[in-house]
Design a protein around this ligand. Sequence first.
Ligand code: G3H
Length: 229
Amino acid sequence: ARRIWLTRHGQSEYNLVERIGGDSNLASTGEVYARCLPEMLLERLPLVGLERARIEEIVAGVEAGTAGAAAGAARAADPEPLPVPVSVWTSTLRRTIQTARYLPFPKLRWKALDEIQAGACDGLTYEQIAQQYPDEFMARSKDKLRYRYPAGESYLDVIQRLEPVVIEMEREKECIVVVGHQAVLRAVLGYFMAKPLASIPTLDIPLHTLMELRPRPDGTMDYEFIPMP
Ligand code: G3H
């Protein structure tokens, strides 16, 4: 792809209470991030003329929705996609779909972009996991890359299931915005930045931050973190 942006979903209701997994909605802070995203991307898009004017109009619509939201006005969610070379890929979980909903580009949902499956630990906090499954908690802290949750996945499993997504990202001629999850984006970023496998489970993927990847002529990538203004 000409340019790739990666972002985690906005803060979710589960994030607020530190529960992992699940399929919760965005918290209000996450909703603020979702509304900021169109403008953060607009500033980075290699576009000109009419198209840019049209995007600005849509961003203005989202902002009007923000002002009106307090008064209960209809929100400008799911705008008509623009005829520009950008596509947005989300997982099938609510929090990524909701984070992407103000972006005026065609959208694609990938099951392979869903967050690491925590199996028996889904919906628990790390504290609860340590109490209820102390051996599991210990095993994960010893080898986070290979550790597989009971009836769930390991980072290695996630890296493997992401292969078709990453291949498609490399093939794609357009710009791609991936709205994903922490573990999944660690794997994607690790792949594109050629990070050692062992470092992937602890890569820093900050919340409410856009990561921009720019291919260099030698095939490697530059990347930059763009925090929410
Ligand atoms: O389980 C969901 C988390 O986003 C993954 O974080 O692998 O550091 O526990 P973790």
